[in-house]
Design a binder for this molecule. Structure first.
Ligand SMILES: [Zn+2]
Length: 227
């Protein structure tokens, strides 16, 4: 059934032509996408349904402008994904910790990517202290990081403060990961596993690696330096 808002483009998304019924359009786009893949690769979905073996775990921000697979040209099945506001790893977050444990012990991913991004709303909220209650609580660790680096950050204009704190936050999250039992245990057993800290720049579409940790000795050196 042709979608009433479909105007001949491959998919219909938000634009000047914003569809009247977004949900109907989303389902229509899905059928179009599945049909297109079936046409080019008839076995794609059948194969995908039989195995789940991604090599990457992506821990990114929930921001709609930073979709994991799309940014690194990966297909469905290639990236295990966890996203939350401002890409944080918190010791009491069973959701994130379970994802990490599953990724390492069952999927045996070889790389964990912690991906922050420029102009992050969660980081802005941490600086301004103006988020709603729960979000405010969630970004508190970033606020503490801001206070810790206040002396240098306060000299910068707001926009640069945000991006400098985005970078500090990514580095901090890699340190959080380096203390997680399932990761340390994997390293101790000789499992190949690298934690990468990446930043995505909204204005250029480019990713940059700011740090990485690939063994327990390197992790301990970094953690001791941070104390
Ligand atoms: Zn963000």
């Amino acid at each position: 059934m042709p979608c009433p808002t479909h105007r001949g483009a491959k998919t219909v998304t938000q634009s000047a032509d914003r569809p009247v019924d977004l949900i109907e359009t989303a389902l229509f786009n899905n059928r179009l996408w599945a049909t297109e893949i079936q046409k080019n690769n008839p076995e794609f979905f059948e194969k995908l349904s039989q195995i789940h073996a991604p090599s990457l775990l992506w821990i990114g921000c929930s921001d709609a402008r930073v979709p994991a697979n799309q940014l690194i040209g990966m297909q469905p099945g290639e990236v295990f994904v966890h996203r939350n506001i401002a890409n944080q790893i918190q010791a009491a977050d069973m959701n994130c910790l379970s994802v990490i444990e599953f990724a390492i012990t069952v999927l045996r991913v070889q790389h964990i990517l912690v991906v922050g991004h420029s102009d992050c709303g969660g980081v802005k909220a941490a600086i301004r202290g103006d988020a709603p209650e729960l979000v405010s609580h969630w970004v508190r660790p970033i606020q503490r990081l801001f206070i810790k680096h206040m002396a240098t950050l306060k000299e910068l204009p707001f926009h640069e403060q945000v991006n400098a704190l985005v970078r500090l936050n990514v580095i901090e999250q890699t340190k959080q990961l380096a203390q997680i039992a399932s990761i340390r245990s994997a390293w101790q057993k000789g499992q190949q596993l690298t934690i990468h800290g990446w930043i995505y720049t909204l204005q250029s579409g480019l990713l940059e690696e700011v740090t990485h940790i690939n063994n327990i000795a390197a992790a301990d050196t970094i953690l001791l330096k941070a104390e």
